[in-house]
Design a protein around this ligand. Structure first.
Ligand code: COA
Length: 163
């Protein structure tokens, strides 16, 4: 069932416990720029978006269930989208609904034209999120990411304001 009643809002300092809990998931921990193992780390993660991009807490029934963000905004009105959801909320369409809402904000409020994202080719769930949120696949970037000495291909997707 698609989740339609999610909300996006600014991250707040009192979300730090929810951020800390979310990053205990090994699938998420590698996405953080540093290990998020204390409340201080979680506060640092929230603060790290300042001046880098716009990150929104995704809430469902008032509970934080994920993050969507647009960063790397450049002079050509392009932006880079990222997202995660907490393990307990997965498989319910939270991420696609949140990315859809983020795209609407980025195009209409922020005036962006092109939103890009990339997912490892061995992350089909993320690919489904991109497709369901209207991001067309644009090709494979070979060996783009390295984790534990192993390089991974990444599929690039993008959605335009005119799509
Ligand atoms: C990828 C991710 C954001 C998907 O979020 P979500 O809110 O579960 O999105 P959806 O509910 O639309 O599920 C996406 C796909 O996950 C799979 N899925 C279904 N149930 C699931 C479950 N309980 N747990 C995990 N994945 C599930 C399905 O293949 C689904 O696609 P479908 O619509 O074709 O069935 C989430 O799994 C996540 O945060 N993963 C770790 C971080 C990550 O990979 N971020 C993206 C980096 S590019």
């Amino acid at each position: 069932m698609l989740t339609t009643n999610i909300r996006l809002r600014e991250w707040r300092q009192d979300d730090a416990p929810a951020v800390l809990a979310a990053f205990q998931d090994p699938e998420l921990s590698r996405q953080a720029p540093w290990p998020v193992v204390t409340l201080q780390d979680a506060l640092g993660w929230i603060a790290s978006w300042d001046g880098v991009g716009h990150a929104f807490a995704v809430t469902l029934g008032g509970r934080v269930v994920g993050n969507v963000a647009v960063a790397r905004i450049d002079a050509h009105a392009n932006g880079w989208v990222s997202y995660w959801t907490v393990r307990e909320a997965r498989g319910r369409g939270v991420a696609p609904a949140a990315v859809e809402e983020l795209a609407r904000w980025a195009f209409r409020e922020r005036g962006l034209f092109r939103l890009e994202l990339g997912h490892r080719v061995d992350n089909p769930a993320s690919c489904r999120v991109a497709v369901k949120a209207g991001f067309l696949a644009e090709g494979i970037e070979r060996g783009k990411l390295v984790y534990d000495g192993v390089r991974h291909d990444v599929e690039r997707h993008a959605r335009l304001a005119t799509d």
